[in-house]
Design a protein around this ligand. Structure first.
Ligand code: ARG
Length: 696
């Protein structure tokens, strides 16, 4: 409908037949017959209408109407909707009547009505009026600024209308006027936080439905604390009809809240809270601010284990709290039969701990590792193996001695490991004692010449036996090596082809080595039969000249050292002169039968040059790796079957017997002005030590 009802009704009441509709944006309105005088008894109405967003401006260029008291005869009346804007008559304004003059009449809206009326008589001739109107734009932004309907944030005027827009971050509501915020996506997952209405403490946005969710793990209870400063639009009689906060906490609901009284503290007793905040399209209120905290179910207090501690130590533990249990030095956490440095437990949502408190068990080094040829003694009377317990290693005295030190004390450390100050976790070793026989030959009662050896006086001697008969001798080095003559370890040479080495060495299984031996053919209580494993001859050995006539046999197992089985010591690095040596063996004295038991003979070392000269006569070479012993007048000597056997001497400095040579060869036995020839151990020491790794 173009015209409001009030205007039509008004027109109808006046009984106007003549009504001119003007809808242009501008126009001219003249009195009938203008510029001639207007007729009597006439009434014309012009209804001007312009589009929404415009007003109408009207002014007169000419005005000449009959004047009458209060314009009761002729007049021009200007109305807008149900309101009279002006009534004019006459030519000039008087006390009671008004003429328009320069006046401009402005309509409040887009409608204006102008009615001209003349009565039945005119006393003079009046020329009437000439008026112009034009549509003018309304600046709604100015006009509406105070009204309820003004734009919320920004107003933009244009000719014929206006529109609203919002500040950055806001969205124009579908009312095209208020600015709302998008605020349904607020999720809080921290255990504490602060939530406020948008823009707090500036007024909160209008027309908005904000949702704030706090979602924590099950087991937490959220407490909300609204600050005292609380301002949400309310109403004196009705409960929160405009803006309000509602809180949903599981099955419980709180609110609606509005007004200026803070809801204060709310214990929601849930782990999931929704805060709904609704605002309508008006009002300027500052909103609200809350902080929230969450606590979980408390767990019972825990006592640290004996010899342990709990960290962190708190007066109270609640859901999600974790504690670490660790033990004092020397103690280990024991849980499910597993030892560890620490153990962590957690307070669960139901207020129980995830695990029992483990116990602290003292570190236990357990039984100390066994030492070969040794044994352990405990410092404590009840053989403690726990933290700080001490033990001592010993070697089987007197057959073994300890290296590198003569004592070895170990203590059980905090990590449960036996540890010594000098060796750390490494064990000492028990090395065979060499060259110290239990049964010594007495110098006084020793008979001269080749004689029976005392049982056990040469515990290092080894018999090389084949088919129950001795064929060579050797000496024990360490507990699994036999040093002997190289020529004892190979078959007869093929004289045609002496360098042919196929099946040259004896098969290790073809002979045996007997330690602790005394009798030649009978069995001894003290004997240990050993099996050769590897045979080695000196790399420079020459079977034709017997240079480097020295070899080694590795035993398949270690010999048990005792009073009758003991290794011989290596010699000191210096060539002996004027030394008496003892040679032992089961060999056959020249032109005699095999002796019943081990025999020995004591002879002096002979000057190398003298020996060399003696053999030069026989065109035989005595080289530097050989050593000679014997007496010029002959008699005392080794003989056939003694090969490989020991030539030893006593070192008073070290108070031990040392091996100087091994029986190698000679011209006959005990021949006058001839000597027995031996392989020099000093000359071969490097090779012997390298191969056997024996150190004594
Ligand atoms: N070659 C001899 C043997 O096979 C050892 C000879 C030792 N002779 C001596 N006169 N020292 O047993």
């Amino acid at each position: 409908m173009r015209y409001p009802l009030a205007w039509s009704l008004c027109a109808w009441l006046l009984g106007v037949a003549d009504a001119v509709e003007l809808t242009e944006m501008f126009g001219e309105i003249r009195s009938p017959n203008f510029p001639d005088s207007y007729p009597s008894d006439s009434e014309v109405t012009w209804n001007i209408s312009v589009p929404e967003g415009f007003k109408i401006k009207l002014y007169f260029m000419h005005f000449d109407l009959e004047s009458s008291y209060l314009c009761e005869y002729d007049y021009v009346k200007i109305e807008a909707e149900d309101q009279e804007l002006a009534t004019f008559c006459g030519r000039e304004t008087t006390d009671t009547e008004q003429a328009p003059g320069q006046q401009v009449i402005l309509s409040p809206g887009p409608y204006m009505g102008l009615t001209f009326r003349s009565d039945f008589s005119n006393e003079e001739r009046f020329t009437g009026f000439d008026a112009h109107y034009t549509a003018v734009d309304v600046d709604e932004c100015l006009e509406k600024s105070d009204e309820e309907l003004a734009c919320d944030h920004y107003c933009h005027n244009y000719i014929g209308g206006y529109y609203c827009s919002c500040r950055f971050g806001y969205i124009l509501h579908s009312d095209n006027r208020t600015c709302k915020v998008e605020c349904s996506d607020n999720l809080y997952t921290q255990r504490s936080g602060v939530v406020t209405s948008a823009d707090f403490p500036s007024p909160y946005p209008k027309s908005s439905d904000c949702l704030y969710r706090i979602e924590l793990e099950e087991g937490f209870f959220i407490t909300l604390s609204f600050e005292d400063s609380f301002d949400v639009e309310d109403h004196p009689e009705v409960t929160c009809p405009y803006d309000y906060i509602k809180i949903k906490a599981g099955p419980r609901e709180f609110g609606p809240f509005c007004g200026e009284k803070s809801p204060g503290r709310i214990e929601t007793q849930t782990n999931s809270v929704q805060i709904l905040f609704h605002s309508d399209n008006s009002g300027e209120n500052r909103g609200w601010k809350l902080s929230y905290t969450a606590i979980g179910n408390p767990c019972p207090l825990v006592q640290p284990p004996i010899n342990g501690k709990i960290e962190p130590s708190q007066a109270k533990y609640t859901f999600k709290d974790q504690v670490v249990i660790s033990c004092n030095t020397g103690y280990k956490v024991l849980k499910d039969n597993l030892e560890s440095e620490s153990f962590q437990i957690e307070c669960l949502k139901d207020g129980t701990w995830s695990n029992k408190i483990p116990v602290c068990k003292i570190a236990d080094c357990k039984e100390p590792p066994e030492l070969e040829h040794g044994f352990v003694t405990f410092s404590s009377r009840n053989n403690l193996t726990t933290y700080r317990a001490a033990i001592q290693y010993h070697c089987q005295h007197p057959y073994y001695h300890m290296a590198p030190n003569s004592t070895a004390t170990y203590t059980c450390d905090a990590s449960g490991v036996w540890r010594s100050e000098e060796l750390g976790t490494a064990l000492p070793s028990c090395r065979p004692v060499c060259g110290k026989p239990r049964f010594s030959r007495s110098a006084v009662s020793r008979p001269a010449g080749r004689h029976l050896s005392q049982r056990g006086a040469s515990p290092w001697i080894a018999m090389l036996s084949r088919g129950g008969r001795p064929f060579c001798a050797g000496s024990l080095l360490g507990n699994k090596w036999i040093v002997t003559a190289a020529h004892c370890l190979h078959n007869e040479l093929d004289t045609e082809n002496p360098q042919l080495r196929s099946s040259y060495l004896l098969a290790p299984s073809s002979f045996s080595i007997i330690l602790g031996k005394h009798s030649t053919l009978r069995q001894d209580d003290t004997e240990q039969q050993m099996h050769p494993k590897t045979l080695l001859v000196h790399p420079s050995y020459r079977p034709d000249t017997l240079e480097y006539d020295i070899g080694l046999v590795e035993l398949s197992g270690a010999a048990a050292l005792n009073d009758y089985v003991m290794p011989i010591c290596f010699p000191d690095q210096e060539q002996p002169r004027d030394t008496l040596v003892i040679i032992s063996g089961w060999g056959k004295p020249f032109l005699q039968r095999l002796p019943e038991t081990l025999m020995e003979v004591e002879v002096p070392i002979v000057e190398h040059s003298e020996c060399r000269d003696a053999y030069a006569r026989l065109h035989r070479m005595v080289t530097d790796d050989m050593l000679c012993a014997g007496e010029k007048e002959g008699g005392n000597d080794a003989c056939s079957g003694d090969s490989g056997g020991p030539m030893v001497t006593f070192s008073p400095e070290k108070s031990q017997w040392q091996l100087l040579g091994t029986v190698s060869w000679g011209d006959g036995c005990g021949v006058k002005e001839q000597y027995g020839v031996y392989s020099s151990v000093i000359r071969n020491l490097e090779w012997l030590k390298k191969v056997t790794a024996v150190e004594h």
